[in-house]
Write a protein that binds this ligand. Structure first.
Ligand SMILES: C[S@@+](CC[C@H](N)C(=O)[O-])C[C@H]1O[C@@H](n2cnc3c(N)ncnc32)[C@H](O)[C@@H]1O
Length: 346
């Protein structure tokens, strides 16, 4: 028997015919993605609609218009949650605190989730036994302080550059891809929390884009299940969410003020970005992993062109450009943070 996905035969002729049909019907830029990823998505749909061969699926797709939407929805993987990789968000918060010249101890904020919360979500059984292990893992490794030192040195330069620009300019942040909105809303919460405590805090704009229509629609509604809340700290949960009891169980409704701070755009980012902005920070996490090496570079050019000089690019923790790519240079290896700089860094 084995895995049913493994058992579906793929020959080049049928595969290429299917990809050109899918391209013409969906408009997706398949050449960007890893072949293995595309095959898995096609096979998953084939199993759902009971097609045994690629040719069967070709015919099914040709005669069922509703399958096009199902294919696109299944093609994208919208997995995300608030403050995913919370230490990345802590570092970004440090960036702002450092730039504002306020003391860390004077700012009320706590991004770190309670270890007991992580234990509940991360371990299926015996959460209590694993609590000590999780608390230990949450301690900062020694290397963090080296990274953050280099990073903050770089940032004071970045802040100086920002000051030279017009005061009217806002800090522009782009979350690309944003899936169901947890990532851009996490950023908007951090900024709102700082703005409420720091006089004359700079204006800011958070833009969020994704190819998946359904994910964007869900983001705009702003209602989340507890799965999305698994790594959010009590501080942010209590400040920005209202708990609701519905037919489907407990849900969490995000504050209207935060909802209004994020501008959502539906777009295929491999074809460029629709809005006219240049960004100080781009979060592009867990998208590059789906792209093949050749076109990954084409895509990085789009991101690089949308960053201001000394702007910051944050990748997912499993994604890397090695130490540099074009003008993008690593400043925090642990958190995969790069700075766009045409000058020599250290
Ligand atoms: C795993 S989610 C990442 C969400 C978020 N950045 C995070 O780290 O939690 C990947 C997202 O990439 C989106 N995506 C895939 N291809 C895309 C494309 N060509 N343009 C824009 N978004 C895309 C998917 O729809 C999905 O929502």
């Amino acid at each position: 028997m084995g895995n049913p996905i493994e058992n579906i035969p793929v020959d080049d002729k049928s595969y290429n015919a299917l990809i050109s049909l899918l391209r013409s019907k969906t408009g997706l830029n398949f050449e960007y993605y890893n072949k293995g990823f595309i095959e898995k998505r096609i096979k998953a749909r084939m199993i759902r609609v009971h097609c045994k061969t690629l040719d069967d699926y070709f015919h099914f797709l040709s005669s069922n218009n509703s399958e096009i939407k199902s294919f696109i929805d299944g093609f994208t993987i919208n997995y995300t949650f608030f403050f995913r990789d919370y230490d990345v968000f802590e570092t970004i918060q440090d960036l702002f605190i450092q730039g504002m010249k306020v003391k860390r101890k004077d700012i009320k904020s706590n991004i770190r989730p309670q270890p007991s919360k992580l234990a509940k979500f991360r371990t299926k059984q015996n959460a209590a036994k694993n609590l000590a292990k999780i608390s230990k893992n949450m301690e900062r490794p020694a290397r963090y302080y080296v990274d953050i030192f280099i990073f903050l040195n770089q940032l004071s330069y970045y802040q100086k550059m920002k000051k030279m620009r017009s005061e009217k300019n806002s800090i522009n942040i782009w979350s690309c891809p944003c899936a169901t909105g947890e990532e851009p809303y996490s950023l908007a919460m951090i900024l709102d929390n700082l703005k409420s405590q720091v006089p004359n805090f700079q204006k800011y704009r958070v833009v969020a884009s994704d190819i998946a229509q359904e994910a964007i629609a869900k983001a705009k509604v702003g209602v989340y299940t507890n799965d999305s809340m698994k790594e959010i700290s009590d501080y942010f949960e209590q400040k920005y969410f209202e708990k609701q009891k519905t037919h489907f169980g407990h849900t969490n409704l995000i504050d209207e003020k935060i909802k209004n701070k994020v501008e959502f755009v539906e777009e295929d980012v491999t074809q460029g970005h629709k809005l006219p902005y240049y960004y100080d920070i781009i979060f592009c996490r867990y998208l590059l992993i789906y792209f093949n090496r050749k076109n990954r570079h084409k895509f990085l050019k789009i991101l690089e062109s949308r960053l201001v000089e000394n702007g910051i690019l944050v990748l997912g923790k499993t994604e890397t450009l090695f130490d540099s790519w074009g003008s993008l240079k690593i400043i925090d290896t642990r958190n995969r943070i790069y700075i766009k700089s045409h000058s020599k860094l250290y």
